[in-house]
Write a protein that binds this ligand. Structure first.
Ligand code: GLY
Ligand code: MN
Length: 462
């Protein structure tokens, strides 16, 4: 399906409201949020509407709220002021917006002051808007993870809707995935010794901007792939290093993609890099192969752990029996995060709700090293989009920790590991839609085999 036109979208929004009404019969209020000011009111931090608001209204409206009441939609939003038109240009009126999103009624925001404060809501992770929520509803709105009563019922109803995506959502995730794949190809072709991480990031993000999309999260573009969420871009790329780029685009409606690729700066993986890269790729492929409705995502995580452990034993880095190594979390020394997460209107979709969305009712995060970073522990269902992103990292704070070295002294061959010192971090991440008969990899047009990655890097024009 192509990205939906306005009428189709209006129908989709109506359907989503009806779906909510079937799960939640009370009134619900969702706030869009605001753009906090940096130093004076018109100089703001970038605005991103709350994802729950976007799900039901699609438009990234600032300072707006919607009430959903048994499928009926009421918009609360102010008309643009003359001052805002002077500086920001003409904007659609409240009535025009109401018509676009299919609202049944529309009022100024100040009308929320006379509002029957009995509605349920979900706290927005923005202190200014959160304050407004509490003031208008005349009560302390709980953090989502502490919600009770009707707020918790609303959260559960929204999770029930947002776990599986409708056609319109999937079309927009595809749109974001397409742009993200192009950005990665551009990043690979922009890579060469002597360039900086910042230059590669700029090349990648310029593709996203040129498509009038935004970054779905802070881009990770680094030769220090062992820093899982690296935010520094100052290193100069050296021949022999690997670039790890975790960069994803967000469609105008807020639907996102999340892709990671790892490639050699000089266009050729060393023998040691290739061995570990192929191991991570084997884990990636095995996990994707396992994705299907009804499959437990935690089992997919353990599949990645098992493939990595077996491979590290074959390479002589780990030593011992694979089951014992897994039971001792030896794999987590090199793969300390979960195999992926939900994807939708956010990267790590619905993590503003704590673990309420990621973990099935009655389940809690493990305290085990590595497994405690698993963000999704549910049975997969048709229409879910998840990432599959195994990795191998040499994180100094883990591997140099005296207690760790003591505990794992018989499980790790440190001399053998030292031969792989040209690998700091490798991650391969794709976006996978759960379908009726298995899975569709939405980002499969972006290659991940060593040879093809090398060919793309070597196609650079510099
Ligand atoms: N793209 C960053 C992450 O998945 O955590
Ligand atoms: Mn991810």
């Amino acid at each position: 399906m192509n990205v939906p036109d306005r009428n189709t979208l209006k129908q989709t929004l109506k359907q989503r409201r009806q779906n909510l009404a079937e799960k939640f019969s009370d009134k619900a209020l969702f706030w869009s949020g605001c753009a906090p000011s940096r130093n004076f009111p018109a100089n703001t931090f970038p605005f991103r509407a709350s994802s729950h608001f976007l799900y039901f209204a699609e438009l990234p409206l600032k300072n707006a709220a919607i009430e959903l009441d048994n499928g009926k939609l009421t918009l609360f939003m102010d008309n643009p002021s003359p001052e805002s038109i002077l500086w920001g240009g003409q904007k659609p009126s409240r009535d025009k917006i109401a018509e676009e999103i299919g609202a049944d009624a529309a009022y100024p925001v100040s009308d929320l002051a006379n509002y029957n404060a009995s509605a349920a809501t979900i706290a927005v992770p923005n202190p200014i808007t959160y304050q407004q929520q509490c003031e208008y509803l005349q009560r302390e709105i709980p953090e989502p993870s502490q919600a009770q009563g009707k707020d918790l019922d609303l959260i559960q109803a929204v999770i029930g809707l947002r776990l599986s995506h409708d056609e319109s959502a999937i079309a927009q995730i595809r749109q974001a995935a397409g742009v993200s794949m192009e950005a990665h190809q551009t990043g690979m072709k922009a890579t060469a010794p002597g360039k900086t991480e910042a230059e590669i990031r700029a090349a990648m993000e310029s593709v996203i901007m040129a498509h009038n999309q935004t970054c779905a999260y802070g881009s990770i573009v680094t030769v220090h792939g062992e820093v899982l969420h690296n935010e520094a871009y100052h290193h100069t790329l050296q021949s022999g290093e690997l670039v790890l780029a975790d960069v994803g685009a967000e469609s105008p409606g807020g639907w996102v993609s999340d892709i990671t690729r790892t490639w050699p700066v000089n266009g050729q993986f060393s023998a040691t890099q290739r061995e570990l890269y192929d191991l991570v790729l084997a884990a990636h492929d095995a996990c994707i192969e396992a994705v299907a409705p009804g499959v437990e995502y935690q089992d997919i995580h353990w599949k990645a752990a098992a493939v990595i452990t077996e491979g590290l034993v074959e390479l002589g880095i780990l030593q011992g029996n694979v089951s014992d190594l897994l039971a001792n979390d030896a794999h987590a020394l090199f793969f300390p995060h979960g195999v992926g997460h939900l994807l939708g209107l956010d990267v790590h979709d619905m993590e503003d709700l704590g673990d309420l969305a990621g973990y099935a009712p009655g389940r809690q995060r493990s305290r085990r090293f590595g497994l405690g970073n698993l963000r999704l522990d549910r049975a997969l269902q048709i229409g879910m989009t998840v990432t599959i992103e195994p990795g191998f990292y040499q994180v100094p704070t883990i591997l140099n920790d005296p207690e760790t070295r003591e505990q794992y002294q018989n499980m790790i061959n440190w001399e053998r590991l030292a031969q792989f010192s040209d690998v700091r971090g490798i991650r391969i991440e794709d976006d996978v839609l759960v379908t009726g008969d298995g899975a569709e990899v939405l980002t499969s047009s972006l290659p991940c085999e060593c040879k093809t990655i090398e060919e793309i890097v070597n196609a650079r024009q510099i």
